[in-house]
Design a protein around this ligand. Structure first.
Ligand SMILES: [Zn+2]
Length: 255
């Protein structure tokens, strides 16, 4: 029903117009889910259930958040409170998370999306980021790298603009075994069939991506999170990548 309703609205109104009234429309739609069986960690709403999408994701009826966004919000809050002078770069953020994070007032919060139609501050190409080196204390990069043909170049750029001792939080869909990629698969149909989404160019394994991140110089910790039906959270792995100081920096600091 949700996808039918969404398609109908997109046929009737221009996307720009819908974006302006998105939060009102979602609030009205959430009235179909009155109840208290589940709770959204982002908007705080309680509902009879989440909206089950064809992808298997559970959408919040009121704020439209996905499980990975609700998880990110849970782990970000204490981190930002503790490090409130943090300068943050957020790739492809959801609108609701952008709104919440701006209210938390980190020292600088910059959002970016390659899609120029997205409502973000910047539209950076992740393989050529026009920012000086050592710029950001925290970079959030969820569901981005699996879209990038030259992901090693993107990872090098992320490393370059991260401050020493800063971190990048990365999440993508993962599979067991090795990374699955094949540069000869270029059509929409082929990528949909092989990678599960028309604009994906590979499926990572956590081990494979950790290895590519280490090649660029990051130290990486894979954090595992569990399923929670009440908060609508899925089992997932988030890679916390730190740009540790080089030995030369350590030596200089010791002088
Ligand atoms: Zn919500």
């Amino acid at each position: 029903m949700y996808s039918v309703f969404k398609k109908m609205l997109l046929r009737l109104f221009p996307e720009r117009c819908l974006m302006r009234i998105e939060f009102i429309l979602r609030y009205l739609y959430s009235l179909l889910y009155l109840g208290s069986a589940v709770r959204c960690t982002i908007c705080g709403g309680r509902f009879s259930g989440f909206i089950a999408l064809a992808s298997g994701d559970m959408l919040c009826p009121r704020c439209g958040s996905l499980p990975r966004q609700r998880r990110l919000w849970i782990i970000l809050q204490p981190f930002i409170h503790q490090e409130n002078r943090l300068k943050i770069l957020h790739f492809s953020p959801s609108r609701i998370l952008q709104k919440k994070l701006r209210r938390m007032n980190p020292s600088q919060y910059v959002t970016t999306d390659y899609d120029t139609k997205a409502d973000t501050d910047k539209h950076y190409d992740i393989t050529q980021i026009p920012e000086p080196e050592d710029s950001y204390g925290l970079i959030i990069c969820f569901h981005v790298l699996e879209h990038i043909p030259d992901d090693r170049q993107a990872i090098r750029e992320l490393y370059r603009i991260t401050k020493p001792e800063g971190s990048i939080w990365i999440q993508t869909p993962f599979k067991d075994g090795d990374i699955y990629e094949d540069k000869t698969l270029t059509t929409v149909a082929e990528r949909l069939h092989h990678f599960g989404q028309a604009d994906h160019v590979r499926i990572y394994s956590a081990e494979g991506l950790v290895s590519r991140l280490k090649e660029a110089g990051f130290s990486v910790q894979a954090e595992q999170y569990g399923f929670d039906p009440v908060l609508g959270l899925k089992e997932e792995t988030i890679l916390i990548c730190c740009k540790t100081k080089s030995q030369a920096d350590e030596d200089q600091a010791g002088l």
